[in-house]
Design a protein around this ligand. Structure first.
Ligand SMILES: [Zn+2]
Length: 157
């Protein structure tokens, strides 16, 4: 007996994905700003600024790494809804320690509390079988409930 998910945690997936993409953009912008300004100010000998801006760039790299993990987990969450607890927990943790902000946090919590409605493939009711019989005159398979054979018009008792 295999429980099959009949729906996906789409809301949690979309929010986490938005969070991940935002985090990626923020991370790239921080990294570029940090590297660009550190390069400019570095020549001026403002070592304090340079260190601060390298920290900025480092924060950007951290944002990019966490965002990549969140995006990958969001895709996994959507692909394997039955493992939603595992992937949502990863999204939540990396959204808190990363730079994705509220989207990933809400997406992660949503994925955690999300419950898939499953159907058990072996336990489901059998589809109703059409009741048929053979026409006494032409021998074709016909519905039991008809009064006359649709093929040859034979009256059926
Ligand atoms: Zn017939």
């Amino acid at each position: 007996m295999v429980a099959q998910p009949i729906e996906k945690p789409t809301g949690a997936f979309v929010l986490s994905l938005i969070g991940g993409i935002l985090g990626l953009i923020i991370g790239i912008v921080l990294l570029l700003i940090g590297v660009a300004f550190a390069g400019v100010l570095g020549y001026g000998g403002y070592y304090g600024y340079t260190a601060a801006l390298m920290l900025f760039a480092g924060l950007g790299i951290w944002g990019i790494i966490t965002a990549a993990i969140i995006i990958a987990s969001a895709v996994k969450l959507n692909s394997y809804p039955l493992e939603h607890t595992k992937w949502s927990a990863i999204i939540l943790v990396f959204s808190i320690i990363g730079l994705t902000g509220l989207f990933g946090i809400i997406g992660g919590i949503w994925g955690l509390v999300w419950k898939p409605h499953t159907v058990e493939t072996m336990a489901g009711p059998m589809p109703p079988q059409p009741i048929t019989r053979i026409c006494t005159k032409c021998g074709r398979v016909i519905d039991e409930n008809v009064k006359y054979c649709p093929h040859c018009g034979q009256e059926l008792s």
